[in-house]
Design a binder for this molecule. Structure first.
Ligand SMILES: *[C@@H]1O[C@H](CO)[C@@H](O)[C@H](O)[C@H]1NC(C)=O
Ligand SMILES: *[C@@H]1O[C@H](CO)[C@@H](O)[C@H](O)[C@H]1NC(C)=O
Ligand SMILES: *[C@@H]1O[C@H](CO)[C@@H](O)[C@H](O)[C@H]1NC(C)=O
Ligand SMILES: *[C@@H]1O[C@H](CO)[C@@H](O)[C@H](O)[C@H]1NC(C)=O
Ligand SMILES: *[C@@H]1O[C@H](CO)[C@@H](O)[C@H](O)[C@H]1NC(C)=O
Ligand SMILES: *[C@@H]1O[C@H](CO)[C@@H](O)[C@H](O)[C@H]1NC(C)=O
Ligand SMILES: *[C@@H]1O[C@H](CO)[C@@H](O)[C@H](O)[C@H]1NC(C)=O
Ligand SMILES: *[C@@H]1O[C@H](CO)[C@@H](O)[C@H](O)[C@H]1NC(C)=O
Ligand SMILES: *[C@@H]1O[C@H](CO)[C@@H](O)[C@H](O)[C@H]1NC(C)=O
Length: 461
């Protein structure tokens, strides 16, 4: 009996400290700097109820010495990623790294990024326009892409990924209608199976900050997103996070089991945006400022393509200076072009089982916005051909605070294109005030108002 007990204690010890005998990745000194311990992240306070794979301790370290003077560190980062693949840590301990060429890191297995300095992308627009990674979806592109199994990035509160976006912001102002002027996303995760990112500031992305594509089992924690223009031209499309998947059916076809939590976002577009094929997503304890809210969509942009967003929980969000708090946007059933590059409609699929629970609003135009006429300026046409993307089983509750003056005393808008494709939408415990003190109302169209604990007024188009 005694020996059995000892064995169980020992096995508990080895489970808690796997590979304790081999060289730990943390606490290694190089050029007077020391590697950090990978933080042990867990979902808090809520979980998706799904398991996250364990990430074994790393057993080798590749120190990357910045070349300095703006020289391109991309090639040596790629070499280090090959060398430290299968169980190593890439240590970025210097103050400033520069990346000036596209970096494809989609082959990683059990790799950590210990980022203690700044990784900055060059702002040679002419070069990047010709050399970035390009993706089909919405003509997006990126400087680098990271994919593989069990990949962690941690910045210990010091790490920065800097998109150096000012030139892009200024140039976009005269290229808004130019579909060949693609601005890179700051970070694309493409095909991650198990990954974490924490303690990193994402600064001045030229476009969306972090795309989670074709990926599963990821946790983002203690992140900081800052996108701000210093000229009089605004930083546009600086979404905090976007999720989607477009693998063919039968392979991994969802971005699934993703948690984004405990983070601060100062940006100028969606704080988080869940796009087609995002399932089991939990977003909790975010402070968003200046954004377009926590969005589902836009969905149904691509004709007869099926977008699914299912099992989403959004909890404990502080939303300040924003156009929206909670937002669900689907393209209409009819294909149209609102402006060049802004084309779509007629996609299929559904939004199912989405909950927004507890949101504190301050200076937000619409507490809740639902539209099935996204991207279509001709609302008559939209309502003649209802959306082929269904919205159902949506819950909004625990909304409080004060809206903005923009539509005062209107504080929300829920426009469905037909009750058949938009139903079981519930709102309760909603107490969002209008700044004027007048009775707040929501514009409602094709909604089952018996499920809405808010005051509706008809939509006049
Ligand atoms: C993408 O760019 C092409 C031209 O390169 C354009 O025809 C298309 O409308 C753009 N937009 C989308 C959403 O694909
Ligand atoms: C559109 O952007 C591309 C890439 O920057 C550029 O070469 C082209 O001149 C631009 N077109 C116009 C009409 O400005
Ligand atoms: C979602 O997956 C379907 C089928 O695999 C695909 O047609 C659709 O384009 C995907 N959506 C996105 C946003 O990629
Ligand atoms: C996601 O997977 C699809 C299908 O394999 C691929 O076409 C696409 O480039 C991948 N990544 C992104 C970012 O869309
Ligand atoms: C809600 O989020 C804030 C940070 O924005 C955090 O301080 C607070 O502890 C969270 N509340 C709960 C119940 O998790
Ligand atoms: C929120 O955004 C506004 C407008 O960009 C800015 O003035 C303010 O400083 C931001 N607040 C915080 C806490 O960063
Ligand atoms: C709805 O989504 C939540 C997560 O937000 C999940 O816990 C629940 O099981 C889902 N309900 C159904 C019926 O799948
Ligand atoms: C909202 O924006 C105003 C100025 O635009 C800024 O003074 C204020 O700090 C912002 N609120 C928060 C909470 O960041
Ligand atoms: C809007 O759509 C309706 C119905 O399809 C059509 O009759 C009308 O001409 C359209 N209006 C404009 C301005 O395109």
């Amino acid at each position: 009996m005694v020996s059995l007990k000892v064995i169980s204690i020992l096995s508990a010890f080895f489970t808690a400290f796997p590979l304790a005998a081999s060289a730990p990745a943390e606490g290694r000194t190089h050029n007077g700097k020391t590697t950090a311990a990978r933080p042990n992240l867990s979902p808090y306070p809520l979980t998706t109820g799904k398991k996250f794979p364990t990430s074994p301790r790393r057993t080798k370290t590749c120190f990357i010495d910045a070349l300095g003077s703006g020289r391109d560190d991309g090639p040596q980062i790629l070499a280090a990623a090959h060398k430290c693949n299968n169980g190593g840590t890439l240590a970025f301990l210097d103050d400033l790294y520069t990346i000036g060429t596209p970096l494809d890191l989609t082959f990683l297995k059990h790799v950590d990024f210990d980022i203690q300095g700044t990784i900055r992308f060059t702002d040679d627009i002419d070069f990047w326009i010709r050399n970035q990674f390009e993706y089909y979806y919405q003509n997006i592109s990126s400087f680098w892409q990271i994919g593989g199994t069990d990949v962690n990035l941690f910045g210990s509160g010091k790490g920065v990924i800097d998109g150096n976006g000012q030139k892009w912001y200024d140039a976009f102002d005269t290229n808004k209608l130019n579909t060949t002027f693609r601005r890179p996303l700051l970070l694309v995760f493409d095909g991650i199976k198990g990954g974490q990112m924490s303690g990193i500031t994402m600064r001045n992305s030229p476009n969306w900050n972090t795309l989670i594509a074709n990926s599963s089992d990821m946790i983002f924690h203690d992140m900081h997103v800052e996108a701000k223009s210093t000229s009089n031209i605004q930083a546009k499309n600086t979404d905090g996070w976007d999720t989607y998947a477009n693998k063919p059916m039968k392979t991994l076809d969802r971005s699934d089991n993703i948690i984004i939590q405990n983070s601060v976002i100062n940006n100028g577009d969606d704080c988080v945006s869940l796009r087609g094929n995002s399932t089991n997503i939990l977003i909790q304890s975010l402070a968003c400022n200046g954004s377009h809210g926590i969005s589902v969509g836009s969905l149904g942009q691509y004709y007869q393509n099926q977008d699914i967003v299912e099992n989403v929980y959004v909890f404990n969000i502080t939303m300040t200076n924003a156009s929206d708090g909670a937002r669900i946007k689907a393209w209409p059933g009819v294909f149209g072009e609102a402006m060049p590059g802004w084309v779509g409609g007629g996609g299929t699929g559904y939004v199912n089982n989405v909950t927004y629970d507890t949101m504190l609003l301050n200076n937000v135009d619409y507490a809740i916005e639902i539209t099935q006429c996204y991207g279509q300026k001709n609302l008559t046409a939209c309502n003649e051909r209802p959306s082929t993307l269904e919205i159902k089983n949506v819950y909004f509750h625990g909304f409080y605070g004060v809206a903005s003056k923009k539509y005062d005393p209107q504080v929300g808008s829920m426009i469905c294109s037909s009750p058949e494709v938009c139903h079981d939408i519930h709102a309760y415990n909603i107490n969002v005030l209008a700044p004027s003190g007048k009775a707040p109302y929501y514009t409602c169209f094709n909604m089952d108002e018996s499920l809405l604990g808010v005051k509706c007024q008809p939509w006049k188009g």
